[in-house]
Design a protein around this ligand. Structure first.
Ligand SMILES: [Zn+2]
Length: 329
């Protein structure tokens, strides 16, 4: 059941929304701008539920009729705008589901709230249709536009909405969430947190994903044994890495995190602060074997491999160059 106090991070946005409720200064249109998994759906739904809650407080009570309906997605005055075509939200979608509908008073709630997910997919005509509603909304109308890219909106839309930009959540909060609420062990929480870069949804997805675990195990196996590998074994490894081609950026990031750990350990001799602290035996061995310059060359080579793959350089060639650089250093 959503509640503002259960949302990880985004304190500024939450306090902005709760202040607006407290002062009874709700805007008619908000933009929640954040990447996928950042939490904009959760924030918008919790805000909508709070606005409609029968207790009228700054957080949803969770138990009134309206709150229960909101949780089930059946609150008649919280409307999720759907679109027929997957790639775009057309003018007809907006006219039928928003512009026309908003003229009808709410059933039984103080507001009539429209949630438009992936709102950047609105065509220019759809945005212009919506603009008329934003300019002259009925007193009870609230529009919540969710987007991963508010730069896709017309300036006229942007100037009439309150834009709430979601920022990355602190690593310490994400780590605590994974460990305390999802019961993820600490070494796994470290990797998922480092990887998620402030995105709680991504951290949760990684922690729950068997596939990510498999990717990580493969990458770690490779770095542990790289120094002892013969050329034919490297060729074999490349063939295996090719199976993870769709996730190659994650794969290369895992390798880079590992070598950063080696570099950090070489410089500080501290286990605290390492992302792969459970790999300390291998990390300390590698720190002895490889010079500072060598580690920097490896980390650069990992970046270069990503650039090459983005530029569509042959996959096997890019990986071969990378693994040879790792082995030489
Ligand atoms: Zn309630």
């Amino acid at each position: 059941m959503p509640d503002f106090k259960d949302i990880i991070g985004h304190e500024e946005i939450i306090s902005h929304l709760q202040n607006a409720i407290r002062l009874n200064k709700i805007s008619h249109a908000y933009i929640f701008d954040g990447e996928e998994g950042a939490g904009k759906n959760l924030l918008a739904k919790t805000f909508a539920q709070t606005l409609q809650c029968e207790k009228g407080d700054v957080s949803p009570c969770g138990s009134c009729h309206s709150c229960r309906q909101a949780v089930n997605g059946s609150q008649p005055d919280i409307i999720y705008v759907r679109h027929e075509k997957p790639g775009s939200i057309g003018v007809e979608d907006i006219r039928e589901q928003v512009c026309g509908d908003i003229q009808i008073r709410p059933y039984n709630s103080p507001y009539k709230i429209y949630l438009i997910d992936e709102a950047e997919k609105m065509t220019v005509q759809a945005q212009n249709a919506l603009l008329k509603t934003i300019e002259e909304p009925p007193a009870y109308g609230v529009l919540l536009l969710l987007t991963a890219n508010s730069a896709g909106f017309l300036p006229t839309i942007l100037s009439r909405c309150v834009t709430l930009k979601l920022h990355p959540v602190k690593d310490s909060l994400i780590r605590a969430y994974l460990m305390e609420q999802l019961r993820v062990p600490d070494y796994q929480a470290d990797v998922c947190t480092a990887f998620a870069r402030g995105n709680v949804g991504k951290a949760r997805m990684l922690a729950m994903s068997e596939h990510f675990g498999e990717l990580k195990d493969h990458a770690l196996h490779l770095v542990r044994h790289m120094n002892d590998m013969e050329l034919w074994e490297i060729t074999e490894a490349i063939r295996k890495v090719a199976e993870y081609r769709a996730d190659i950026n994650d794969y290369l990031d895992l390798l880079a995190l590992w070598y950063r750990d080696v570099l950090l350990f070489k410089a500080t001799r501290q286990v605290d602060g390492l992302i792969f602290s459970d790999e300390i035996n291998y990390i300390s061995l590698q720190a002895v074997k490889t010079s500072y310059e060598g580690l920097e060359r490896i980390i650069e080579a990992l970046e270069k491999a990503k650039t090459r793959l983005k530029a569509n350089v042959d996959f096997e060639l890019a990986m071969e160059l990378l693994l040879l650089t790792i082995k030489e250093n």
